[in-house]
Design a protein around this ligand. Structure first.
Ligand code: G4P
Length: 532
């Protein structure tokens, strides 16, 4: 197959949702439709159960499974669909944010009863930062939920994105009759079935014909016509370019657990979703069709066996063809590396690959050379932008409990933060280590791994910061004044950037007001945009 065709057939995306909206179920159904798995339940194991906060073996086990199923790939109607798994557990949200840098589009799952939830808002913020195209799937229509128009209003107002319904539900809950496909002008009648693929699709030439009345009853048919009239009046017709620019999101309705509406979603997805997109670097924009290979590391996973320190770095290929056993530049280290055993992560079976194309994600065995955000390429050297750190939400001071093991602790925490398990801030002046995470579970994972993998025991003491803000300025005098006034709230991140640790939103506002020449950022992305 030609190089260009190999790129054009790839569709790399992530499924995101607030926990419990149905992400795992939808992923699984997509894999079933795509023929990648034969039975339900294969993906379900991948979830870290909400109750597992103190069961470390369980967490470790789950982490292992999540490596195997980190990228689920299948062929569907001539396209190669790559689904990048994102952890559902909110304590691993940072991992999800970073995975979103490696996708070309997302499917956002919303529970029709709960509407837009907290985690949905955060994830969408990350998508908007890079104008990632979004398709919305409103799930659980077999249950009583909110009125569809209310849901669309809520999506538009809370997620700050316009919507464009491509399907419309007829009734819901016990009265759920099916979905009218606005794009294809047909009705898909609902049958509750967890095992069978519901497939009673009836083409409708005209919504005013009596066919619809016969299929769903007069009252539902009347309501559908009124709704469609309203949709035509309120929402713009679908335009692929507008979707690809991230300005509006097509919306589908269905019930993942009942296999309903999933195939329509998949069919529309492969039709409209983007092919591998270009990415920005500090030098220029890299087009996927550039012949020279390039890619970036967006995730690092520790080996499950604590006796072996090696890790797996996840590399998203941006341009050119990756080939096994070929030397590439590790730009940050200024060294060349080759990889004898690069792997793909096709659902359950992890296999060594000889080549990979833009849009693909491969696993590289790593003995500690990679950090999240690293670029690997050939030819001219450049670094990819846009693998940011986000402000953590919880902060605790890390204390060493065994002075004889301080080297191990240093090494351990440095490697764990390279993996992106948490962020490390060194308080200035001084050397106190403040660890920032998005969830309590991460502190438990760190303490456990420091002890079991590095032999270092530690204690965490909560610190009452609420935000870490990266500081930029052209006014060095003001920065110095700020740093000396706010000692105790100043730290440096791993790359030596100054960070302000704010105790309350009010104190942050005050700092912004009192030091107008300083800019406070809640993500580290500024570094990448302002360096050039
Ligand atoms: P998540 O990955 O987003 O956290 O959600 P997940 O797919 O695990 O789904 C959460 C719960 O919602 C599951 O129930 C799942 O069966 C259910 N669910 C998913 N899709 C639908 C749907 O279309 N309709 C209805 N009624 N329920 C749906 P659970 O009780 O937590 O787990 P299980 O015992 O059913 O597996």
């Amino acid at each position: 197959m030609k190089f260009k065709e190999s790129i054009d057939k790839r569709r790399t995306f992530g499924i995101i949702s607030h926990p419990d909206a149905g992400k795992t179920t939808l992923t699984e159904k997509l894999l079933l439709f795509g023929g990648a798995i034969q039975t339900a339940g294969a993906v379900k194991n991948n979830k870290i159960k909400k109750t597992a906060t103190s069961d470390f073996m369980e967490i470790e086990k789950q982490r292992g499974i999540s490596v195997a199923t980190s990228v689920m790939a299948f062929e569907y109607k001539g396209k190669q669909v790559n689904i990048l798994d994102t952890p559902g557990h909110k304590d691993f949200a940072e991992d999800t944010y970073r995975t979103l840098t490696a996708v070309d589009s997302v499917i956002l799952v919303i529970d029709c009863a709960n509407g837009v939830e907290q985690q949905t808002e955060k994830l969408m913020e990350v998508c908007r930062m890079r104008n990632t195209p979004v398709i919305v799937f409103i799930n659980k229509m077999d249950r009583e939920g909110q009125d569809p128009f209310t849901l669309l209003d809520e999506i538009e107002s809370k997620l700050d994105i316009k919507v464009c319904p491509l399907a419309w539900p007829i009734g819901m809950g016990d009265r759920f009759k099916g979905v009218y496909n606005i794009y294809e002008k047909n009705v898909n009648l609902f049958q509750a079935s967890k095992t069978k693929i519901a497939k009673e699709v009836v083409s409708i030439s005209d919504v005013n014909s009596s066919e619809i009345d016969e299929l769903v009853g007069d009252a539902f048919a009347k309501e559908l016509r009124e709704d469609l009239e309203m949709i035509a009046g309120v929402y713009n017709p679908f335009d692929r370019e507008t979707y690809l620019s991230g300005e509006y999101a097509p919306v589908f309705f269905g019930s993942a657990v009942n296999n309903f509406g999933v195939q329509e979603l998949l069919d529309a997805f492969i039709e409209i979703s983007p092919t591998p997109r270009s990415r920005e670097t500090d030098l220029k924009t890299i087009d996927p069709y550039d012949e020279k290979f390039s890619g970036f590391v967006f995730k690092i996973h520790a080996n499950l066996d604590p006796k072996h320190r090696d890790r797996i770095a996840f590399l998203r290929i941006v341009s050119g063809k990756f080939e096994r056993n070929t030397f590439y530049n590790h730009v940050r280290l200024g060294k060349k590396f080759k990889f004898p055993n690069p792997t793909s992560f096709m659902a359950q079976d992890k296999s060594v690959i000889d080549e990979a194309f833009p849009g693909d994600v491969i696993g590289l065995y790593d003995t500690g050379n990679f950090k999240i955000g690293d670029t690997l390429n050939e030819g001219e050297k450049f670094m990819f932008k846009g693998i940011p750190s986000f402000s953590p939400e919880l902060f605790q001071e890390l204390e060493n409990l065994d002075p004889l093991k301080s080297k191990q602790l240093e090494k351990g925490i440095s490697q764990l933060t390279d993996e992106g398990v948490a962020q490390l801030f060194i308080q200035q002046p001084g050397n106190r280590k403040i660890i920032g995470t998005v969830g309590q579970l991460q502190f438990e994972v760190i303490a456990h791994r420091l002890l079991h993998e590095y032999g270092a025991s530690c204690r965490f003491t909560p610190r009452n910061y609420v935000k870490a803000c990266w500081i930029t300025t052209d006014n060095d005098v003001e920065l110095k004044r700020f740093i000396s006034t706010k000692s105790g709230n100043i730290a440096k991140d791993k790359d030596d950037n100054y960070v302000f640790l704010a105790e309350t939103p009010f104190l942050l506002q005050m700092a912004e007001k009192d030091y107008p020449d300083l800019t406070f950022h809640t993500t580290s992305e500024f570094k990448l945009t302002e360096n050039n």
